[in-house]
Design a protein around this ligand. Structure first.
Ligand code: ADP
Ligand code: MG
Length: 445
């Protein structure tokens, strides 16, 4: 698969043969620990810093695309590779499984790796029931809860479970954003064939999973299409699984007929994990990564990160990377220092231009550096303009300050950017849907 990843980078970024042969071809895929994929740069002379600057994102995106799993990527030199190899946590899970990847399932998200605690026991057993008898137990299964609490993990676990028993099961797992885009694309193309193809695709499957379904709120054509897809699958006894950040009754602007369907089956919520569950999750992860951390440090993490398991894991991954690359054991001092950015007092996020810029760059998978750079290629300039537009619309920051935050751009550049996106917002449905999605990521309430 590594060759395929490299070729994807080459074609998607239009990289010349000579650059490809010089920089990309020599790279080797070294292995995976936890969420980190290591890429071996065979020699310092190849220009480690150039490669990690120029090819970091393209590789990251291609790896995610092809494996269906989002990995943090790290470039390493052979001498660093040795230290990773000697920490015996080499690749344990299959890097790639054909059917699961076709269905878009993350290979790390299985029932085996899911820790059951009082916060998720009900959702877990409901999921297992659905996995054992798809279409028969609860239909739809609607899993809801706050960010980073395991909704996506549970939903993908169901998919893996079904595929393990029946590799021919047809499962589609999409985010509601992907679903929306497909609806819009097939409508926009304006021909009946495209629409039929969409319907054919979504109505001939055994299991439909839509992640973060709250994002279809307010998108009329998507709700319409979803409604018909739902009816077709449900009446054929096919399983539907949805996740959302809130229960249907709190999705205020959702069409009634859709809300009621969400409630037809079983609704299961996932709450925040208690201390024991947080510790159990940490223990399970360090075991899987064969990592050594004292109880004192685990306790420090579990006590300070309470309401988001993704952050809990992020803390571990940060320490793991540190100890692999610095070849050192983690002490309490290192842990405190390395985690100080993650461990901050809980307070609701204020909507600031900084937050907006972060969310936008994350959404488009570009770095903050690129956002503020002089780079005017479309891939970067457009997200930047979207950030301008959102800063103008969601905060009352003066234009000059927005310009300053976005790499010292002047007043007229900001006005131009804001105007451009605002025109598109009015005239183009894809842009509108995109902006609305990003807005919800910035302000989920
Ligand atoms: P959500 O979809 O609710 O935002 P995810 O399912 O993406 O959250 O979970 C965030 C991270 O936390 C994932 O890496 C997931 O594997 C991990 N995680 C969540 N719940 C558990 C759990 N009960 N046991 C183990 N890992 C978990
Ligand atoms: Mg999720």
């Amino acid at each position: 698969k590594w060759d395929e990843i490299l070729m994807t980078v080459k074609t998607e970024h239009d990289i010349s043969d000579i650059a490809f042969n010089t920089f990309l071809r020599p790279l080797e895929f070294y292995g995976v620990t936890g969420n980190t994929a290591y890429i071996l740069v065979p020699s310092e002379q190849l220009g480690l810093s150039y490669i990690s600057k120029k090819y970091y994102l393209p590789l990251k995106v291609a790896i995610t695309e092809i494996t269906g799993t989002e990995y943090e990527i790290k470039f390493i030199l052979p001498e660093q590779a040795k230290s990773i190899a000697s920490s015996p946590n080499k690749q344990k899970k299959p890097f790639y499984s054909e059917a699961a990847s076709k269905s878009n399932l993350n290979s790390n998200y299985t029932f085996d790796t899911f820790v059951v605690g009082s916060n998720n026991r009900f959702a877990h057993s409901a999921s297992l029931a659905v996995a054992e008898s798809p279409g028969e137990a609860y239909n739809p299964l609607y899993i809801y809860g706050g960010p980073g609490l395991g909704k996506t993990h549970l939903m993908h676990s169901i998919g893996h479970f079904i595929l393990e028993r029946n590799p021919d099961a047809k499962i589609i797992c999409v985010t509601s954003e992907e679903f929306t885009n497909e609806v819009i694309e097939s409508i926009r193309s304006g021909n009946a064939a495209a629409m039929n193809k969409f319907r054919e695709k979504y109505r001939t499957i055994d299991v439909l999973m839509i992640d973060d379904v709250q994002f279809i709120i307010g998108k009329e054509s998507t709700q319409e299409e979803f409604f018909h897809t739902f009816n077709a699958l449900h009446s054929a006894g096919k399983q539907i699984i949805l996740t959302s950040d809130k229960p249907p009754k709190e999705m205020e602007t959702l069409e009634e007929r859709i809300r009621s369907r969400f409630e037809w089956g079983l609704m299961a919520d996932i709450g925040t994990p208690d201390y024991e569950t947080r510790m159990a999750i940490l223990r399970k992860k360090i075991e899987a990564d064969e990592m050594n951390l004292s109880d004192e440090i685990l306790n420090y993490i579990a006590t300070n990160i309470k309401s988001n398991i993704r952050e809990l894991e992020g803390a571990l991954n940060k320490l793991l990377a540190y100890s692999n690359l610095e070849k050192t054991d983690i002490t309490m001092e290192i842990a405190q220092k390395e985690l100080q950015n993650i461990i901050t007092p809980d307070k609701p996020k204020e909507i600031t231009p900084q937050l907006i810029i972060e969310v936008v760059s994350e959404h488009f998978q570009i770095s903050l550096d690129q956002m503020i750079s002089k780079n005017r290629s479309k891939d970067i300039a457009r997200p930047r303009q979207i950030a301008m537009y959102l800063c103008k619309n969601m905060t009352d920051t003066p234009l000059d300050s927005i310009g300053a935050l976005l790499g010292g751009r002047d007043h007229s550049t900001i006005i131009h950017g804001v105007q451009k996106i605002s025109d598109e917002y009015e005239s183009d449905e894809t842009t509108r849907s995109l902006i609305d999605t990003i807005k919800k990521k910035i302000n989920p309430n």
